[in-house]
Design a protein. Structure first.
Length: 95
């Protein structure tokens, strides 16, 4: 699990925390950690020709993460903080 962002509102004492999990079937899930709810589910787009298996992922900043597939593809994902949707910003391949 990668923690993308956490915040605390001093006035309301509300804590929010967003995380992403990645699995070998290619599914990435954006989570509301505090509520324990899935906010968004996605897989790499089929037009990238990927095998779908995510073998590793890393957080770049509060809205960007990288995933590496078993096929050698490296994807840069952008998180929309309003909708919690992940979209692929670019794909890089290694053979």
């Amino acid at each position: 699990m990668l923690i993308l962002s956490c915040s605390h509102d001093d006035a309301t004492h509300k804590v929010s925390c967003t995380a992403v999990t990645a699995a070998s079937d290619g599914l990435l899930i954006v989570w509301d950690v505090v509520a324990g709810k899935a906010l968004h589910r996605c897989t790499p787009p089929a037009d990238y020709g990927l095998d779908g298996a995510v073998t590793a992922s890393a957080r770049v900043d509060d809205q960007t993460l990288l995933s590496c597939g078993a096929d050698g593809a490296l994807l840069e994902w952008i998180l929309n903080s309003d909708t919690h949707e992940l979209t692929v910003a670019r794909a890089m391949f290694t053979l």
